[in-house]
Design a protein around this ligand. Structure first.
Ligand code: FRU
Length: 467
């Protein structure tokens, strides 16, 4: 993308033009990673919701394709998933060869009044690797005649030999679980919630099996978006760790407190890839924005971008499982920087390890220019990890200039993996046990790294990232 577009992400997906929010239908099929996404083909604010589409061979270089599922006949296409129907269980795959089936929420406005609507679950099918789609004639496939009922996350469950759907009842703070032999008939098998934080609507659930590091075991994670009422204000996402017996998700007794899939302000509705090659760790990718100000961010001719993909595992830390996230980015490493304190053009990655000073603080300043920077670090006395973007940006919106904090993990080292793109600072701290993603709109496309405080000991390596 032309550098003449200020803030255009270089290593994160953003559509060429117009609005995007949630990623949808993340699926790997025949050598391609697909990324569908909530998209307004007509403008740079939310509306006319359709599924945009991009493909990649490595999760990093994306090719944008035509809109996959357009708004049609009074139905907007809300968030959902795509599965590969290997055995033609649906009977929708032509010639019985594996096909792609999208399961999405239809949003139907009643009588032209945008405040009155119903939501139900629907199918669309592609026989040509996602290039063209047809809507299923028997839609909807799941209709409770409810106003708020959305964001189906569908996966194949091998032990059950059936499709599973986790879907949100946003106002009830419930994730309902359904099962189906054929993607067409759905039977309710369990529900989870209310639990954890319930200040806003629950959206975009995802139930996934996560390998435990250093063992042959797995745990199950159920993540769910919350809007508003996220940890940092606006939209955010909590996760629960537990077991799943093929019917219901139950939290582990040791796991009463929920975690946050991202402790920053700008990661929402992350979902995981379906149908990954056997043995690949789950990959999670989210929308890099916040409903609080998403419509106000100063980018043109697009608005909205995705986080980096992150490989997930679980680790037992201080008696509790935490999700550990490793960004998929290494394949983009250019030359290693000789000196991380020298100014370089973004995008860049810094890996830093820190020793706190006597006052217990340890951190780095990502400096853009004399008056703009982002501070990232730890306040060991208070037990927090933080990213402070209050001096990072041109004026954006009310509530943008904030410091985001997470509870640090006392037993893990003070390390940071900081990925700086044109309009974001994504941090993976303490070996990936804390992910913290924040947008920034600095007036400069150059950065340099400094220790935060004269006494702080820091070791830093840096790489420019190839586009
Ligand atoms: C979350 C969300 C979803 C919905 C979609 C509509 O960001 O509100 O619940 O399906 O966006 O664009």
């Amino acid at each position: 993308f032309a550098q003449s577009e200020p803030y255009r992400p270089q290593v994160h997906f953003s559509p060429r033009e117009h609005w995007t929010n949630d990623p949808n239908g993340l699926v790997y099929f025949e050598g391609e990673y697909h990324l569908f996404y909530q998209y307004n083909p007509q403008g740079d604010v939310w509306g006319h919701m359709s599924w945009g589409h991009a493909v990649s061979k490595d999760l990093l270089h994306w090719q944008e394709l035509p809109v996959a599922l357009p708004e049609h006949g009074g139905e907007m296409i809300f968030t959902g998933s795509v599965v590969v129907d290997e055995r033609n269980s649906s009977g929708l795959c032509a010639g019985g060869t594996p096909c792609m089936v999208a399961v999405y929420t239809g949003h139907h406005i009643i009588g032209g009044d945008s405040k009155r609507y119903t939501q139900d679950q629907n199918l669309a099918v592609s026989q040509d690797r996602g290039r063209t789609w047809s809507f299923y004639k028997g839609n909807p496939v799941l209709d409770l005649h409810m106003k708020e009922f959305r964001d189906p996350s569908v996966t194949w469950n091998e032990p059950r030999k059936a499709w599973l759907m986790a879907v949100a009842l946003p106002d009830d703070h419930v994730v309902a679980m359904y099962s189906s032999p054929d993607l067409k008939k759905w039977e309710k098998i369990s529900s989870f919630g209310p639990a954890g934080d319930v200040a806003g609507q629950w959206e975009c659930p995802d139930l996934l099996k996560v390998p435990v590091e250093g063992s042959a075991e797995s745990v199950w994670a159920l993540k769910v978006g919350l809007n508003p009422g996220g940890l940092q204000g606006g939209s955010g996402e909590q996760y629960f760790i537990g077991t799943f017996d093929g019917t219901s998700f139950k939290r582990l007794p040791s796991q009463q407190e929920n975690g946050w899939t991202d402790w920053g302000k700008d990661s929402y509705c992350a979902i995981s890839y379906n149908h990954l090659p056997a043995g690949e760790k789950p990959v999670l990718l989210g929308w890099m924005s916040n409903w609080e100000y998403a419509a106000e961010v100063p980018t043109k001719p697009w608005r909205g971008q995705m986080t980096l993909p992150r490989r997930l595992s679980a680790r037992l830390v201080e008696g509790k499982y935490v999700l550990v996230q490793q960004p998929v980015v290494e394949a983009l490493h250019g030359a290693e920087l000789k000196d991380a304190s020298a100014a370089v053009a973004t995008p860049v990655e810094y890996r830093v390890s820190l020793q706190p000073d006597k006052a217990g603080s340890a951190g780095v300043r990502v400096r853009y220019d004399a008056t703009h920077w982002v501070d990232v670090g730890f306040d060991v006395k208070r037990g927090v990890m933080f990213v402070d973007r209050s001096h990072s940006s041109v004026p954006v919106a009310k509530g943008f200039a904030v410091r985001t904090e997470a509870k640090m993990l006392r037993s893990l080292p003070l390390d940071l993996d900081v990925i700086v793109d044109a309009s974001s600072v994504e941090v993976f701290a303490q070996q990936g046990a804390i992910a913290m993603t924040n947008l920034v709109y600095p007036p400069s496309g150059q950065v340099a790294l400094e220790p935060l405080g004269a006494e702080v000991k820091m070791r830093a390596r840096g790489w420019t990232l190839r586009k």
